[in-house]
Design a protein around this ligand. Structure first.
Ligand code: LMR
Length: 416
């Protein structure tokens, strides 16, 4: 009997996920000089992953806590986790908390929170059948935003201007004009702080202008907060934009990731913080989200959320965590200063003040695709094709090599 063709014969091979492909290429590269400035994960000055000391401590307590078990947790998550997660982004004195009009849903990382929010909005936002509602992401944005909203069923994903390559900074006027021209009730994806990939955030005054246009056009703010604490080292400062929008009376969603600020990358700890007009709205929204979560992951995992909840709900542990976050943020600030200094000392063509002006995990170097190719292929320094580098991949040992390589890339013929 002849073999029947596979039922999957027509499945095309998908392109690899660029950022994780970079990591595997880096791992396979035998060069002793190799440097990974790709995926956004914190590294110590020895180039090693860092388990936050506060996380180690809490993990040991949890392991010794005989009262814990592995029963299912509620579909919407561990209440101590979702409540404290909402509190750190909204601020303990938030009018949304005192007004009982906030609620959280535990999700699989920040991506899960974005996806749950997207699925909910597609089904229920401002009426029904919203797949045609325009969703705007910044140009450029984190590579996964388009995919998350597209896979959730949104068919009209657009971008608003954000980055001005000439000035290597925020294109405020372009952003405001694009929001002004967006159809009313469009959904706007906003980076709460430490914009990925540009490392460029609006100032408070600029955020106020953005909020003003968004209010006038009834645009819905969906914040992505993946780096609270990483931008400035100060958890409150990095939540400023979200808190300002709440103070202006917006209903909003905020997808929170604890991958970076707790170093819990593989535990998938996320929260979708909902702020609505009143308690009744929050309850109905969460009830629908429970239905969505049930059909996607059914119940969230407990370990990472327990670590975060235990830390956020104990003042001594909280203080220790804030100091651990500051350690990471300060190392990034130091690397920024040293890289800029070295590039300038080497006489690298171009200006490099943007390296210290940008904040958070990433720097948008301004290297063009052929310069990036030179860095990867010839120098074994792995970075994204758009020139983004993870500042945490720099160490005092590899900094000179990276700076010299950037200089070569910027002066060589490959950069024309
Ligand atoms: C990044 O942008 O490098 C991180 O957020 C990792 C990821 O999932 O893309």
């Amino acid at each position: 009997m002849a073999c029947a063709a596979s039922l999957f014969a027509a499945v095309p091979l998908a392109a690899p996920v660029v950022i994780f492909k970079l990591t595997s290429d880096f791992k396979e590269d035998p060069s002793p000089h190799k440097v990974n400035l790709g995926v956004g994960a914190y590294r110590t000055d020895e180039g090693k992953p860092w388990v936050l000391p506060v996380v180690r401590k809490v993990e040991k307590c949890l392991a010794n806590n005989e009262s814990l078990n592995h029963e299912y947790v509620p579909i919407l998550g561990i209440p101590e986790f979702t409540q404290s997660a909402c509190e750190i982004i909204l601020g303990a004195d938030s009018p949304a908390i005192s007004g009982h009009r906030k609620g959280g849903v535990q999700c699989l990382g920040g991506t899960g929170a974005l996806r749950l929010g997207a699925e909910f909005l597609r089904a229920w936002y401002n009426g029904t059948n919203n797949s045609a509602t325009p969703v705007y992401v910044s140009a450029p944005t984190w590579g996964n935003h388009n995919g998350v909203f597209g896979t959730a069923g949104f068919t009209d994903i657009r971008s608003y201007r954000y980055w001005d390559p000439a000035k290597r900074g925020l294109h405020l006027q372009g952003l405001l004009d694009d929001m002004e021209n967006a159809p009313e009730y469009s959904i706007m994806i906003l980076h709460a702080c430490a914009h990925n990939p540009t490392g460029t955030d609006p100032t408070p005054e600029e955020w106020k202008k953005i909020a003003e246009v968004m209010k006038k056009k009834s645009l819905f703010p969906f914040f992505d907060s993946a780096y609270q604490g990483f931008a400035s080292g100060d958890l409150d400062k990095d939540a400023w934009a979200v808190r300002y929008f709440v103070s202006q009376g917006f209903e909003l969603f905020c997808a929170q990731s604890f991958s970076k600020n707790f170093g819990l990358y593989n535990e998938r700890v996320g929260n979708l913080c909902i702020v609505a007009k009143d308690t009744d709205n929050v309850n109905r929204i969460r009830s629908q989200m429970e239905k969505i979560a049930r059909t996607v992951w059914s119940n969230p995992p407990a370990q990472g959320a327990r670590i975060v909840a235990a830390t956020l709900n104990d003042s001594a542990l909280f203080a220790e965590w804030a100091s651990n976050v500051k350690t990471m943020a300060d190392r990034v600030l130091l690397m920024r200063a040293l890289l800029r200094e070295k590039l300038e000392k080497l006489g690298t063509p171009g200006t490099w003040d943007h390296i210290t002006q940008q904040i958070g995990m990433f720097s948008f170097t301004g290297l063009n695709p052929s310069q990036v190719e030179y860095m990867v292929k010839k120098k074994h320094i792995y970075l994204l094709g758009n020139g983004r580098i993870n500042m945490c991949g720099l160490t005092t040992s590899n900094l000179d090599y990276v700076a010299e390589s950037i200089k070569e890339a910027a002066t060589g013929s490959q950069c024309q």
